[in-house]
Design a binder for this molecule. Structure first.
Ligand code: AMP
Ligand code: MG
Length: 287
């Protein structure tokens, strides 16, 4: 990462936000802004300043993956309660990348066809291509979140899925995909305010779904299901990050930084020409 990209943070947020041993979700304050002390106005500016860097990284990743596919894609997995801001991350963070370099998939209630297969079947089909950034707006984790809370599968099957997910993500790693798992964490009160806003504004009515209020009534069950997800699937090699989400500007800046950090770890280099540059220059001049 370039010097100034690191400098805006007072602390290493890959450590601050990481779910490690002993992590307790209810100890996270959704209105906090860990590691960032400059406030909203600068936060928005910092986000804009780094947009180009993410785009260039993806460009380099794509170019590099033509000659070396050992680390060839980045997959951002976004999980959150309704209104937490997944869409804003996709628009304002991932939106700065060349659309051809991005593959976004939103996972809804499974279709009849999808339900006939293993829960990872539809996930496999949505993986990013070599050189791309994949974004999962919801993911295979719904199969141990809403499915658990709503009892949509047998307890044994749900239990089996945690290990299946760990194996799956390990395989992705071996195949060259870096998986960045992010939960956007908003407070119960903030969600009410955001849902209320959707009811207040005719241009937002389409975004409101009466079932959102039903899911909201199960808030403690969802938080407990998230805690289990962290306990079972946040590993050294594939950690979760919990990003406080009540401040949208903070969540966006944090996710952008986490993405930049993944790319910095890959540090994809432009491929070196495998032809004679001077010779080609001369040939071109002669035309
Ligand atoms: P939204 O993202 O707000 O359009 O809503 C998508 C809905 O699909 C959410 O209520 C999710 O909980 C639900 N959903 C996504 N994946 C699954 C799944 N595997 N099983 C059941 N419901 C799901
Ligand atoms: Mg919804």
């Amino acid at each position: 990462m370039s010097k100034d990209a690191a400098d805006i943070w007072s602390d290493d947020i890959t450590q601050l936000l990481r779910v490690s041993d002993g992590f307790i979700l209810s100890n996270v304050d959704p209105s906090s802004t860990p590691g960032y002390e400059h406030g909203k106005k600068r936060g928005k500016k910092d986000l804009a300043l780094r947009a180009k860097q993410l785009d260039e990284y993806q460009d380099r990743l794509f170019a590099r993956s033509r000659v070396d596919a050992t680390q060839s894609s980045v997959l951002l997995v976004l999980q959150a309660m309704d209104t937490a801001g997944k869409g804003g991350i996709i628009r304002h963070v991932v939106g700065s990348v060349d659309p051809q370099g991005v593959k976004i998939t939103a996972f809804k209630k499974p279709t009849e066809e999808e339900l006939k297969h293993d829960f990872l079947w539809r996930i496999e089909k949505a993986l990013p291509a070599t050189g791309q950034i994949g974004v999962f707006d919801r993911s295979h984790y719904e199969d141990v979140l809403v499915v658990k809370v709503r009892e949509l599968a047998e307890p044994d099957e749900i239990e089996r899925r945690y290990d299946a997910i760990n194996d799956f993500e390990e395989r992705l790693r071996e195949e060259g995909t870096r998986v960045l798992k992010v939960m956007l964490h908003i407070s119960y009160e903030e969600q009410r305010a955001r849902l209320m806003k959707r009811l207040d504004r005719p241009d937002k009515h389409w975004k409101f779904n009466p079932s959102d209020v039903d899911e909201r009534s199960l808030w403690p069950h969802y938080m407990s299901a998230f805690q289990t997800v962290f306990d079972r699937t946040s590993t050294d090699r594939s950690p979760w990050y919990v990003v406080p989400g009540d401040n949208k500007w903070y969540a966006r800046l944090a996710v952008q930084t986490l993405l930049l950090h993944e790319f910095a770890a890959i540090d994809p280099q432009w491929p070196v020409a495998d032809y004679d540059i001077e010779g080609e220059r001369a040939r071109l001049m002669a035309t």
